[in-house]
Design a protein around this ligand. Structure first.
Ligand code: ATP
Length: 199
């Protein structure tokens, strides 16, 4: 699996539709200060489901929508599409190419699409689980992150090792199952109450 292309429209400094095509291997993006290099990695984080605007160097999530410039007025929607080459079948879907799209309107409403079909944020998480991509993982290291990792507490470093070892996804699934079990216990309690009343 590799990142095949990134399509940005109305995202941060990318007002017009911009297609960034990538090849397998290492890609370096160079450009003057303030030209939008970090906005590209922000776009990758965002499309994968990032919900914390601070992780995208903003104050509010709306800050990802192109806010206008001296030459152009602002737009009402930001859209990023990430196309992954899945010809090696890394992702658990029967497609050789997987497109993940996130759209956000000024109202704050977000839309997620997988290969053009409406999906939930959770579906993105499920598809990306075994890949090391996705929110909460460390596939994107921002400026200053490395220092934070090197000086992190042992318990935080353990979380990093668990992520790399693939334990994190099982922990998340366990937490989800525990929540479902707790809700089933509540239902069961109610059923028992009703049954006791009927008897
Ligand atoms: P450096 O090399 O200094 O780290 P960079 O190439 O990584 O810079 P970015 O930080 O990606 O640059 O881009 C900053 C530019 O993006 C600024 O000019 C900023 O005004 C613009 N920008 C960020 N958010 C928006 C937005 N919502 N609307 C319009 N422009 C935006």
């Amino acid at each position: 699996m590799y990142l095949k292309s990134l399509v940005l429209k109305g995202f941060k400094s990318f007002a017009d539709r911009q297609v960034i095509s990538l090849e397998p291997g290492i890609t370096a993006i160079v450009g003057p200060n303030g030209s939008g290099k970090s906005n590209i990695s922000d776009a990758v984080l965002w499309v994968l489901g990032e919900r914390n605007p601070k992780h995208l160097r903003g104050q509010a999530m709306e800050d990802v929508i192109f806010a206008g410039s001296s030459a152009r007025k602002s737009v009402g929607v930001a859209e990023v599409e990430l196309v992954l080459d899945n010809s090696d079948g890394t992702l658990p879907v029967d497609y050789a190419e997987v497109s993940l799209t996130r759209r956000m309107y000024r109202s704050g409403e977000s839309e997620y699409l997988i290969n053009g079909a409406p999906a939930r944020r959770m579906d993105f998480m499920d598809i990306l689980h075994d890949t090391g991509l996705g929110t909460g993982t460390h596939s994107i290291i921002g400026q200053g992150n490395l220092d934070a990792i090197l000086s992190s507490k042992p318990i935080d470093r353990r979380a990093l090792i668990e992520e790399a070892a693939g334990v994190l996804k099982h922990k998340q699934r366990k937490e989800r199952s525990a929540r479902k079990l707790a809700s089933m216990d509540n239902h069961l309690l109610r059923v028992k109450d009703v049954a006791a009343e009927v008897e």
